[in-house]
Design a protein around this ligand. Structure first.
Ligand code: C2E
Ligand code: CA
Ligand code: CA
Length: 705
């Protein structure tokens, strides 16, 4: 029999009695307190208990078959029903029965016949009590789940430091199961020691209990698990205080920081190492140098710093791609590493630059020997995907304390020496010297001056006349750049043009000269003089794809006839990239600008290329002109150039003519045009104008004669 008397009531009561009348009495008493279920035998009672899990079972003891005690035992044996509160009912009045029913696990006892009012009050009280304890149990369960799912290990103790709770992470880290650890002193289960000294470490819970405050564990603490496993831990302990302010014990929360310490270590490795080669980076290098210097000071040794730079790496890197470039750097690092002994520091500064610090040197010769070893490491080619790449290195060396007293100087002077090695043709080692330093300082000052001069538009242009050798008639002028220093001294373009090329200032310089020269040409034109002007174009400018546009834009803007402009490009600049040259020359040619090959004979032009280039003029270099009368070889070259120009139908001009004899000889050989000190040095614009007036006066005189 089973009936729900009032749907929606939260509490449930199961009433069990083999006498239906007794059930009916109970129903009338209790139906407004709970949802009621009824059973008239033990088996059915068990079934309903499992199915509905009531808060309370009112259970008759005397029943045929399975009696109330047997039902109670079955309920207590089953974890699912164990917690259900049981109230026995019996018509026996002896105290033994009462005791027996309470020892079986009943929480109360009702005597039949039931007294209506008192039975109802008792059952209501029991129901309240049971729902309260269920609520407490649920809260406890919720707390346990929370503590179990915390990412940190949690251990609680009583006031004596005996363990009262452990969550699964605490179990895992200590190697103790909570049930084994219960009531044991915390220092037995949670063994702490100092990571450095390995001395046992105090557990913070005792301080937390004693001082009634949160206590953090000392840094650098290790937990030794039951199986000997080590954890680097970080933790804090807090006292457990009840609402009345009484301390009940302590709780310690801790977690494994091994991973984050490993991460921190890795981070510091990353901060100090180059990720590609795993070599020390600049930061660590400076540190090592600092230490090496200290040691060298104490022991009166020398130190050498070798700055090693792969020659032409940029070019290779651009052509093979950066991934292969990286592989190449790695291989180079390995080769360098293979010759380093324990005390040597090898670092990568970035790009293709490495630094080697040799400690404990007795003589400078040792460094030369070592540098030789470095070079020989690069004798055999690098192989990437079956392709061979021949690489070489340039090395700059500075010695401590001979060349430098500080790290910065040490590095800078190696850099200076390296620059020297590069400029002397690469694949070599150069040592720093005072003389070298002077050169570098001078170069630096010159660069500053050049920047200033360009920024303030103070570059000047001089003009050297070009003449017809036979008649002396003025045919044009070559524009030549001039720069003055702060003392008013002239600096030779032989010095500052290469510097401008190296520093990238050449584009600006070229533009300023071109602009001044064109303007000057136009103002002479306004005065009635038609003076074609030639402007020198440096190799670095010639490599610039914008060159043609810049030039054509300028002459268009100035409305200058293209036929008045000539560009002088050296033979070697033309040969740098033949197909590019061809392209640029044909574009220029299309505008009507005239092209001449400067310093002809000094480069290594291949005639076949020369034929393809669209040029107008060959300029015989002044070195041949000046030596042709004394040097047969030079004479032969002059003759060859002249016949070449004739066969290719090119105009010809000789530069650097200083004597009448040179002029006469050139004329006889068939060279019609020339320039040189014999006729005039390069002149300022003003002087050139005066020169023009004199010339035209003479011409007039000549023509009047
Ligand atoms: P370059 O183009 O071969 O210029 C001729 C050089 O020879 C000039 O030297 C000129 O002054 C000098 N010279 C002229 N006649 C004689 C002579 O009879 N005897 C001797 N011994 N020398 C003579 P400068 O002006 O010192 O220029 C030197 C070089 O600097 C030039 O050689 C040219 O390559 C470069 N340069 C000068 N100005 C510029 C410029 O505006 N742009 C570029 N890219 N290079 C320039
Ligand atoms: Ca020239
Ligand atoms: Ca020249």
């Amino acid at each position: 029999m089973q009936r729900t008397s009032q749907a929606g009531l939260a509490a449930k009561i199961l009433l069990v009695d083999d006498q239906p009348t007794s059930l009916l009495v109970l129903r009338d008493l209790l139906q407004d307190l709970a949802t009621l279920y009824f059973a008239t035998d033990g088996a059915h009672a068990l079934e309903l208990a499992r199915q509905h899990h009531p808060e309370l079972i009112v259970l008759d003891i005397e029943m045929p078959g399975m009696d109330g005690f047997a039902v109670c035992r079955s309920l207590k044996a089953d974890p699912a029903t164990r917690d259900i509160a049981i109230v026995f009912m019996t018509s026996h009045i002896d105290i033994e029965h009462e005791i027996a029913s309470l020892t079986e696990g009943g929480i109360d006892f009702l005597r039949k016949p039931l007294h209506a009012v008192s039975s109802r009050i008792r059952i209501k009280n029991l129901l309240d009590l049971s729902s309260y304890s269920r609520q407490v149990a649920a809260e406890k369960e919720w707390l346990k789940v929370t503590l179990d799912s915390i990412g940190d290990a949690v251990i609680a103790t009583d006031l004596d430091g005996k363990i009262s709770f452990m969550n699964p992470i605490a179990e895992r880290m200590t190697g103790w199961l909570a049930k084994e650890a219960l009531k044991r002193p915390i220092e037995e289960v949670m063994q702490l020691r100092d990571a450095h000294t390995l001395e046992p470490h105090w557990n913070p819970i005792y301080f937390a209990i004693k001082e009634q405050r949160v206590v953090a564990m000392a840094l650098n603490c290790q937990l030794v698990s039951r199986t000997g496993q080590l954890f680097q831990v970080e933790d804090s302990a807090a006292p457990i205080i009840d609402p009345n302010g009484r301390c009940l014990g302590s709780i310690v929360v801790f977690h494994d920081v091994s991973e984050s310490m490993a991460l921190a270590l890795k981070m510091s490795h990353l901060a100090n190492h180059d990720p590609l080669t795993n070599l020390p980076n600049r930061v660590l290098l400076y540190d090592r140098i600092e230490q090496a210097i200290k040691k060298a000071e104490q022991l009166h040794h020398k130190l050498a710093l070798l700055l090693i730079d792969l020659d032409n790496f940029k070019y290779v890197n651009d052509s093979i791609g950066h991934n292969f470039g990286d592989l190449l750097i790695k291989q180079a690092a390995e080769r360098l590493g293979s010759i380093c002994s324990a005390g040597t520091t090898l670092a990568r500064l970035g790009g293709d630059e490495f630094v080697l610090v040799l400690p404990e040197l007795w003589s400078v010769e040792e460094v030369s020997l070592f540098a030789g070893q470095v070079h020989s490491q690069f004798q055999h080619a690098f192989v990437l995907e079956d392709k061979k790449y021949q690489m070489a290195v340039s090395i700059g060396v500075s010695i401590y304390p001979d060349d430098a007293q500080t790290i910065e100087m040490f590095m800078r002077h190696a850099d200076v020496a390296m620059f020297k090695a590069k400029s002397e043709g690469r694949n070599r080692t150069r040592f720093f010297s005072d003389e070298l330093e002077q050169q570098i300082i001078h170069r630096h000052q010159l660069e500053l001056l050049l920047r200033d001069t360009l920024a303030n538009q103070q570059l000047q242009v001089y003009y050297q006349p070009k003449l017809c050798l036979a008649t002396g008639k003025l045919l044009g002028a070559e524009a030549l750049a001039r720069m003055q220093n702060h003392l008013g001294q002239w600096i030779s373009p032989i010095e500052f043009i290469p510097l401008a090329e190296e520093t990238g200032l050449i584009a600006e310089l070229g533009q300023q000269v071109l602009y001044q020269a064109c303007e000057q040409c136009l103002s002479w034109q306004q005065l009635g003089y038609r003076i074609p002007i030639s402007v020198n174009i440096a190799a670095a400018q010639f490599a610039d794809l914008l060159l043609v546009k810049q030039i054509t834009d300028l002459i268009t803007a100035l409305r200058m006839p293209a036929s008045l402009l000539e560009l002088e490009v050296t033979e070697s600049a033309l040969m740098l990239d033949v197909s590019k040259t061809q392209n640029i020359l044909s574009q220029l040619k299309a505008t009507g600008i005239c092209i001449s090959i400067d310093d002809f004979g000094t480069g290594y032009s291949s005639l076949s290329y020369l034929k393809k280039f669209q040029v107008d003029v060959l300029k015989i270099d002044k070195s041949f002109v000046q030596d042709m009368l004394t040097d047969r070889g030079d004479m032969e070259i002059v003759k060859a150039v002249i016949s070449l120009a004739q066969s290719m139908n090119l105009q010809l001009i000789a530069e650097g003519i200083e004597t009448e004899t040179q002029k006469e000889t050139l004329l006889q050989l068939g060279c019609q045009m020339g320039q040189g000190y014999l006729f005039s040095k390069p002149l300022s614009a003003a002087d050139f104008t005066t020169y023009l007036r004199q010339q035209s006066g003479q011409q007039n005189l000549q023509s009047e004669e």
